[in-house]
Design a protein around this ligand. Structure first.
Ligand code: GLN
Length: 287
């Protein structure tokens, strides 16, 4: 719709520009140049320039619409089972949900693997169409992006060494050294813990590694990746009491209602058909 309007406006502008061109011709040949004429010519030149600029814009837009067949998903593929590397591929729950969304919208999709705290800027700038990264909906993030309906309920949990008798509940984190993944909700909530020292890592598993090496006392991280990291590393455990409960959703550029509606429709139909649960079950084995 927007494109059509732009094309019409452009056609009208070009018609106006060529009309202006025609009417000034006879004057040019029959009389010496007057100030008014010079002005008219200047306007003409300006109009031509404007039309050309508009033309370039249209070309850029045309290029963009060729790309419209591809949805770019920004993620941080260090977050199993939602997104992670498997051989040369990026797979996981979010990737499969995104594939289903793209299919529903009749589009291809591409995964862009970037730092977690770059996802929102990437979506805001339009370089990526949406962010799907086990991303928790927060009031703060809602200022920068729009969120889809939630597709998963998640928790932030605390990982400690198995033999740590000192930390038995979230309250015991006061004054401790806590590892988090930079820019995540774990990072945000950890900053509220009294007298705690927060160590920020780029990847969740780096925080877990630091814990196994006794560099930190605990890690605050999302429940599902926590299970994966604890299973992969000896001597770690997850505290029974979760730190928070939160909702995951997909983010899009503010005001991109067309895409948001497409995503919400896809999520709804994936829920309804049981496909979403199937995807989850493929990656998360019930306890
Ligand atoms: N759910 C957390 C957040 O939104 C962590 C997400 C992640 O690390 N991919 O901040």
């Amino acid at each position: 719709m927007k494109k059509q309007i732009t094309a019409l406006a452009l056609a009208a502008m070009m018609a106006a520009a060529s009309l202006a061109g025609c009417s000034s011709k006879p004057a040019e040949t029959s009389a010496p140049e007057t100030e008014a004429q010079t002005e008219a010519e200047q306007t003409k030149a300006e109009e031509a320039e404007a039309a050309e600029a508009e033309n370039e814009e249209t070309e850029a837009e045309a290029e963009q619409s060729e790309n419209k067949g591809v949805l770019v998903m920004a993620t941080n593929a260090e977050f199993p089972p939602y997104e992670f590397h498997d051989g040369g591929e990026i797979v996981g729950i979010d990737v499969e949900i995104a594939a289903a969304i793209a299919a529903e919208m009749g589009m291809d999709f591409e995964v862009e693997d970037i730092a977690f705290d770059s996802i929102i800027p990437e979506v805001q700038s339009g370089k990526a169409d949406f962010g799907a990264a086990g991303m928790t909906v927060t009031e703060d993030r809602k200022q920068s992006v729009d969120f889809s309906d939630s597709y998963a309920t998640a928790t932030q949990v605390i990982i400690i060494k198995e033999d740590n008798a000192d930390i038995v509940s979230p309250d015991d984190l006061e004054g401790k050294t806590i590892g988090v993944q930079l820019g995540t909700t774990g990072d945000i909530y950890a900053s509220d813990i009294a007298d705690a020292t927060i160590e920020q890592y780029n990847k969740g598993f780096e925080a877990v590694q630091a814990l196994t090496q006794n560099k930190i006392d605990a890690v605050i991280i999302d429940g599902e990746p926590a299970k994966v990291f604890v299973a992969e590393n000896e001597g770690l455990k997850i505290l029974d009491e979760a730190f928070t409960t939160e909702e995951y959703a997909i983010c899009v550029e503010k005001g991109n209602t067309e895409l948001l509606e497409g995503i919400n429709a896809a999520i709804a139909s994936l829920k309804e058909s049981g496909e979403l649960q199937k995807i989850v079950d493929k990656y998360i084995t019930a306890e």
